[in-house]
Design a protein around this ligand. Structure first.
Ligand SMILES: NC(=O)c1ccc[n+]([C@@H]2O[C@H](COP(=O)([O-])OP(=O)(O)OC[C@H]3O[C@@H](n4cnc5c(N)ncnc54)[C@H](OP(=O)(O)O)[C@@H]3O)[C@@H](O)[C@H]2O)c1
Length: 303
């Protein structure tokens, strides 16, 4: 049994699909069973719980041999944000997994996780990684670049409601986007690939794209005349500082926007693909052709 915390999210639903396609039973941890209804119809077990509440994690761990953590509290509306979920929540999951004699723990972190990052999210991801490595569990840490599907979703919603997109800063910084389908394939491989036990790997997509390029592609697909609004960096800086005490989620998003527009968002080395052969490398065109991901295929698990 594999427990997927965050199994209702962009990555998590794809992880659940990839693992169940390999014939392994999956349980999803969610705060709201309604969000997981469609998964239950696919034979997935549901455990209702909150990573911030350790007591709810005990029944969720029952019989689990592997735990995947794909949770995130970044820019969410819940109290505590990334610190409560990505750090505290992962610490709780690790403790509960140790107590339940789980063997393997797969932590989804992020490229750029480091103790001195200007972004709180990346600092807490680094702290969670450190806690995971110090645990008694066999740990795999996966650091993806930015998910293509997340940004296609955000920009598409803007186009459908405003017939325009709004991007951070100039919008011309090259960013490595990875398909969440490719990350899910890596997570599935991490559940049974010995080379990934104890490893930290980074995974990205086939190339770099700017938010302007992504906007243009989507506007053209929607037959909407090109209109890209820009939030200038000084405005983002003001929002990041002034809204921190009153609207921390908005401030966190503004800080992320500054990073996305003004720092190196490319990927130096795709260490996941160097370690694991035959991982899919999904292009923007392929994601646009199949937005909810490819149909579950035959398992990549060795016989
Ligand atoms: N999106 C990106 O571009 C990106 C890039 C790099 C790394 N990552 C990492 O990849 C992972 C998945 O990201 P995503 O974008 O797929 O996430 P997402 O779509 O925003 O989904 C977040 C998930 O976290 C769960 N969650 C949030 N708070 C929780 C809590 N207190 N207790 C239990 N579950 C909770 C949600 O479950 P319920 O709402 O059902 O409870 C949901 O399944 C995260 O670790 C994220 O940091 C994301």
């Amino acid at each position: 049994m594999i427990l997927v915390a965050g199994g209702t999210g962009t990555l998590g639903t794809r992880v659940v699909r990839a693992i169940t396609a390999s014939g392994t039973p999956v349980r999803v941890l969610t705060r709201n069973a309604d969000r997981a209804k469609a998964l239950r119809a696919d034979g997935v077990e549901i455990a209702v719980g909150d990573v911030r509440d350790p007591a709810t994690l005990v029944p969720a761990m029952h019989g689990a041999t592997t735990v995947v953590s794909a949770v995130q509290g970044f820019a969410g509306l819940d109290p505590g944000g990334a610190t409560a979920v990505d750090l505290g929540g992962n610490e709780n999951l690790l403790r509960a997994a140790e107590a339940a004699d789980v063997r393997r723990f797969i932590l989804i972190s992020a490229v750029g996780a480091s103790p001195d990052s200007p972004l709180d999210l990346r600092r807490v991801k680094h702290q969670a990684e450190t806690t995971a490595r110090r645990s008694r569990l066999e740990t795999t840490i996966i650091r993806p670049t930015v998910y293509l599907e997340t940004w296609l979703g955000i920009l598409t919603e803007m186009i459908e409601t405003k017939r325009a997109t709004t991007v951070f800063g100039r919008g011309d910084n090259p960013i490595n986007f990875v398909s969440a389908d490719d990350v899910a394939a890596l997570v599935e491989r991490a559940t049974h690939t010995p080379e990934l036990a104890g490893a930290t790997v980074e995974i990205g997509g086939p190339g770099n794209l700017t938010l302007n390029e992504l906007s243009r592609t989507l506007l053209a697909r929607h037959n909407v005349p090109e209109k890209i609004n820009h939030v200038p960096l000084p405005v983002l800086r003001a929002v990041a500082t002034l809204l921190r005490p009153i609207k921390p989620a908005v401030a966190a998003l503004a800080r992320f926007g500054i990073i996305m527009d003004s720092t190196d968002m490319t990927l130096a080395a795709d260490t996941a693909r160097a370690t694991v052969p035959n991982l899919p490398l999904t292009s923007l065109d392929a994601v646009l052709a199949h937005p909810s991901g490819p149909a579950p295929g035959p398992t990549s698990r060795p016989a």
